[in-house]
Design a protein around this ligand. Structure first.
Ligand code: UDP
Ligand code: MG
Length: 139
């Protein structure tokens, strides 16, 4: 059975671009319930740790620099089939490939600055939520 929670970040480009409200509206109108949320800034070590799976990839250093370039909004979202349905709502990693109406198609500016993060599995959703939130901050 698929899990009911996923983890997301509104990334620095979308925060800087003034898109927090529109992205949260898309999240809510697609029947995700926000059960945790906060604005924060990732340190270099935190960004490296969060994206450790990509450590050997050529884009890793640029990704860390970008993710530490300004504040992000982290959230935990609840819905049936949350991980898969949220990946559908955000669209492909490269906004040029993202389906019309998806959050990345609407707000991303490049494959790196692609507006939002979405967990890729139930296991990673739990790990990523615990990385950003204490138990008492998730409802
Ligand atoms: N990324 C990048 N260049 C690439 C692939 C990915 O800058 O060629 C960045 C982008 O911000 C992406 C993140 O690294 O969201 C994590 O990559 P992943 O393949 O996990 O994509 P996602 O799961 O976010 O769609
Ligand atoms: Mg990913």
């Amino acid at each position: 059975m698929n899990g009911t929670r996923t983890f997301t970040m509104i990334k620095p480009d979308a925060v800087e671009g003034g898109h927090i409200g529109a992205i949260l509206e898309s999240i809510n109108s697609n029947n995700f319930r926000i059960v945790a949320m906060k604005m924060s800034a990732l340190s270099k070590v935190e960004a490296e740790t969060f994206y450790a799976v990509h450590r050997e990839r050529p884009f890793f250093a640029d990704l860390v620099e970008y993710m530490t370039s300004g504040p992000i909004v982290a959230a935990v979202l609840e819905k049936d089939n949350a991980v898969e349905d949220f990946r559908t709502l955000i669209g492909a990693t490269n906004p040029a490939d993202a389906a019309e109406g998806t959050i990345r198609a609407r707000f991303a500016t490049s494959i790196a600055a692609n507006a939002v993060h979405g967990s890729d599995s139930d296991e990673n959703a739990a790990i990523e939520a615990a990385f950003h939130f204490a138990g008492r901050e998730i409802f």
